[in-house]
Design a binder for this molecule. Structure first.
Ligand SMILES: O=C(O)CCC(=O)C(=O)O
Length: 265
C-alpha cells in the first residue's frame, strides 16, 4: 500500500472512535513535515497576534487560542498539508463512509499563559444533517500536559443534554457539572510528535490552560461525509457557519461547493 496516499487504521481503532467519540493515532506526520508546516503557519499566526488585544484584556474564548480558519485557501503550502491524503483516509475509515469532504480547517494556537478551552461539543455550531463528522487535531510539536492538550469526555457523544451551550464560562461550568454526574471518563494525555487525535462532532471536549512558556501550536481539519446535506440552521451559529464555510449550499442538498472539495478518495 502506498503510504503517501493511504494510512490504514485498525478495526479496534474504528471501534474505539465509535464508542469513545475520539481516538488518538501515532506517527501520522513525520517531524520533517511538521516543522516545515510550523514555519509557514507561525508567520501567519504571528501577523494575527499583532492585531489582537493583550491576553489579559480578552474574554475566556479570546484567551483560549488564536483562531484562524480556512487557511488552505490562502497558501499552497498550507493547502498541501491540509489536503493530506493519509489524514483524509483516516477520517474516511473512522466515519465508515465512501468519501470525506472539507468542512473547514482551523489553526488553534494557545499562547503561553493562555486560558482554558471550556467544555463544549462542536456540532451545535454546524448546519449538518448527520453525525458523520470528525475533526483531526494536529499538534505541530509534542504537547505535554502543561501546554493544554485536548481532553475528552469519553463516550459523551451519546449525551443530548448540554449540547446547545456555546463555548464559554457557562459551558465550562454547566457541562463540567453535568459530566461529573455521569460515568463517562475524562481522558487527558500528552501528544507525541506526529500523533493526531480525531474527535466526533458531538463528543464533549475541553483543554487546560497553557501553563508552559511556549506556544501550543495546533492545526485542525474538520471532515464531513462526502454525502453530507445541509440542514435548516437551528441557531445563529449554524446560520453563520452556513454562509462562512459552505456558502451557496442549499438546504436539503449535498454540500458540494468549491470550498467543500472531496479530500478522500
Ligand atoms: O484546541 C483547543 O483548545 C480546542 C479545540 C477544539 O475544541 C476542537 O478542535 O474542536
Amino acid at each position: 500500500m502506498n503510504q503517501t496516499t493511504h494510512f490504514s487504521v485498525s478495526k479496534a481503532e474504528v471501534e474505539y472512535f465509535n464508542t469513545q467519540g475520539y481516538v488518538k493515532i501515532k506517527n501520522v506526520f513525520s517531524a520533517e513535515q511538521l516543522s516545515a508546516f510550523e514555519e509557514v503557519l507561525d508567520q501567519i499566526v504571528a501577523q494575527e497576534k499583532e492585531q489582537l488585544p493583550p491576553l489579559e484584556e480578552r474574554d475566556t474564548y479570546g484567551k483560549a487560542f488564536i483562531q484562524l480558519g480556512n487557511l488552505w485557501e490562502q497558501e499552497q503550502r498550507i493547502k498541501d498539508f491540509v489536503f493530506s491524503k493519509p489524514l483524509a483516509h483516516i477520517a474516511q475509515q473512522l466515519l465508515e463512509v465512501d468519501s470525506v469532504r472539507m468542512y473547514h480547517d482551523q489553526a488553534l494556537y494557545k499562547e503561553a499563559d493562555g486560558g482554558i478551552t471550556p467544555w463544549h461539543c462542536d456540532q451545535q455550531y454546524w448546519p449538518l444533517e448527520s453525525n458523520k463528522t470528525v475533526t483531526a487535531w494536529i499538534p505541530l510539536t509534542e504537547i505535554p500536559i502543561a501546554m493544554g492538550p485536548l481532553e475528552f469526555s469519553a463516550g459523551s457523544q451519546q449525551l443530548l443534554e448540554g449540547r446547545q451551550l456555546e463555548i464559554g464560562d457557562e459551558s465550562e461550568e454547566k457541562i463540567g457539572k453535568l459530566l461529573r454526574l455521569t460515568d463517562f471518563e475524562q481522558h487527558v494525555s500528552p501528544y507525541a510528535l506526529g500523533e493526531v487525535s480525531f474527535h466526533s462532532g458531538w463528543v464533549f471536549h475541553r483543554a487546560g490552560a497553557n501553563t508552559s512558556s511556549m506556544m501550543r501550536k495546533v492545526m485542525t481539519v474538520i471532515y464531513m461525509d462526502g454525502a453530507m446535506k445541509l440542514k435548516q440552521p437551528e441557531n445563529k451559529n449554524q446560520e453563520r457557519d452556513w454562509h462562512r464555510w459552505c456558502p451557496g449550499a442549499e438546504i436539503g442538498k449535498v454540500i458540494d461547493t468549491p470550498i467543500n472539495p472531496i479530500l478522500y478518495p
